[in-house]
Design a protein around this ligand. Structure first.
Ligand code: HEC
Length: 269
């Protein structure tokens, strides 16, 4: 029995480790559904319209989207603006050095972004741009501080400014929080020694509305996230379908093996 418990504990350990790595800003749940082909199609359309000016998906061929319900003609009409062939890769024309000078960082290829970052991270990232006059782009980002990327979806989302909260930390723990920086500094001084103040974004205030309602904008971001998760691992869908058959096969095989064993040993006894 002890051994069984030890094995279960071992299996669950990585889960526990993941669950407890709660450092950093809280991520929103993206709630994507990879079997939603319409969402992937819409996400692809937003991607070519709003993202491909800077980012590529250079390991993906446009043709991939025939697997999520688009015809080659639809792909040509809706997703290709640079005269590429349907069989071509989703590259873009912006040289890395240009982006590096213009934005302080090259815009990375996003083919594998859905595996490098979680869906929740991407979803939260695209919703976390806020005004920050100290940045060259005029915006900053809660989950990617001092990001080089401008808020390319601002027209849809609108503009929002941050409301800060000031946390006093000591010995790796938050010991107090304040709305005012002065009060937080006073508290830190009172504690002395290692206490320090951390400025964090508490929530956003809308400054200017966008073309979309909050719900509509969430849907756009969810579609983009679904699309990025899909291109990062297009065979995930097929693998899940296949997995069911593999398990079924194993069950049947086990039953057959058991029956065979019984038959053989009958004669031995
Ligand atoms: C004007 C150019 C530009 C456009 C358009 C743009 N981005 Fe970016 N993006 C960047 C740059 C530059 C970075 C790198 C930021 C850095 O490293 O500081 C970046 C970073 C990112 C990252 C984080 C990469 C990482 O490090 O994990 C994601 C995700 C992303 N972009 C998604 C998008 C999506 C989705 C769109 C379209 C809605 C988009 N971007 C449009 C310039 C752009």
């Amino acid at each position: 029995m002890k051994r069984v418990i030890a094995i279960i504990a071992l299996v669950l350990m990585p889960v526990a480790a993941l669950a407890s790595s709660g450092a950093g800003p809280k991520l929103e749940s993206a709630n994507i559904d990879l079997s939603n082909e319409a969402a992937i199609q819409r996400g692809a359309k937003y991607f070519v319209n709003y993202c491909m000016g800077c980012h590529s998906a250079q390991y993906v061929r446009y043709k991939l989207f025939t697997k999520v319900g688009l015809t080659e003609q639809q792909i040509k009409d809706n997703l290709i603006f640079n005269g590429s062939k349907v069989g071509a890769l989703m590259t873009n024309a912006m040289p890395g050095e240009y982006a590096a000078t213009a934005f302080g960082a090259p815009a990375p290829d996003l083919t594998l972004e859905g595996r490098r970052r979680s869906a929740d991270w991407i979803y939260t990232y695209l919703k976390s741009f806020y005004t920050d006059p100290s940045r060259p782009t005029g915006v900053n980002n809660v989950v990617f501080p001092n990001v080089g990327m401008p808020n390319v979806l601002w027209e849809l989302e609108g503009i929002k400014e941050p409301v800060y909260r000031y946390e006093v930390h000591e010995g790796g723990h938050m010991v107090a929080e304040f709305d005012s920086e002065a009060e937080a500094e006073a508290k830190a001084k009172e504690l002395g020694g290692e206490a320090r103040v951390e400025k964090v974004v508490d929530h956003f205030n809308p400054v200017r509305p966008g073309k979309m309602s909050a719900g509509e904008f969430d849907q756009v971001v969810r579609d983009l996230t679904t699309y990025l998760a899909y291109i990062a691992e297009p065979i995930k869908l097929e693998r899940q379908r296949m997995g069911v058959w593999v398990l079924l096969f194993l069950v049947i095989f086990t039953v057959l093996a058991y029956i065979t064993k019984k038959e053989w040993w009958k004669d031995v006894h």
